[in-house]
Design a protein around this ligand. Sequence first.
Ligand code: RIB
Ligand code: CA
Length: 316
Amino acid sequence: MTVTPLIIDTDPGVDDAFAIALATASPEVYLCAVTTVFGNVGVEQTTSNALRLLALCDREDVPVARGADRPLVYPHPFRATYVHGSDGLGGRREMLPALSREPDPADAVDLMAGVLRATEQPVTIAAIGPLTNIALLLATHPSLKPKIGRLVVMGGTLGGGNVTATAEFNVWSDPEAARRVLTEEDLPTVLVPMDLTMRCSVDKDWLAQLESAGPVGSTLVSLTPTYLDHYRRVLGREALVLHDAVALAEAVRPGILDCTPLPVDVECSLGPARGVVLADRRAISPDKPTTGRLVELAMDADLAELHRFLLDRLGR
Ligand code: RIB
Ligand code: CA
């Protein structure tokens, strides 16, 4: 089996915690680095959370580098503490091992660039927070783009939003970065929108199976009460949505999600549509104006298979 080098750029974040654990439990990938970004909570907290989550997963060998504490262009003081708790982990970060090491002295862009230079194989980057670090990496080191085999992004929505009526949190947190990465760059990119992740919700039975599967699963579930409260209100049932773990499933097992190639754009105005992802689903035709760049949009999955895959890996 070919083992793919993997970088995760993240804003942990309860669902990010499941995604990081999935990566460390999957032999198809080798987690080389974790970089952190503002998003669910501030970057100091996301960095501390990433370090402690890697300790939980017995991967304290993985360097963690701090990235952007704000978006590229406009001030954006909004964080998702109402979903992820004030500490980003449901107010339960004390369930994790204590902080026992410092972040890497490099910043996120430098650490990612160093990994891209050092690895022979093309690297998969999984971006599960605002895309600020990814936009900065690609703008600062364009010569390293050929070393990125695939970019798998959790973000966007083609239907209703979660943080506004029409925008999803990661894209809305830095629309200029999202437009740069999803429209202007030319990397092989999979975009996993919340249209699909919301359909992949897991219920109390699934959580109970994970909780009894082993110490990592049990600790992950212990982070979820506040997060479950939020999704009980959103979904109207006892379930929660592991957006980022769905994206990492695709990063780990390419093809587990059903993708459709489409050109996308991102609305960067300051009005009510800010952060909207526009996918042009008109049939490809000679007279259709298009940027030419296509993104693989993950629009469907075998939900039972995905749930089994996640439980098998996270329950190890
Ligand atoms: O909209 C869901 C996304 O925003 C997930 O990545 C979640 O962790 C938050 O960052
Ligand atoms: Ca996230």
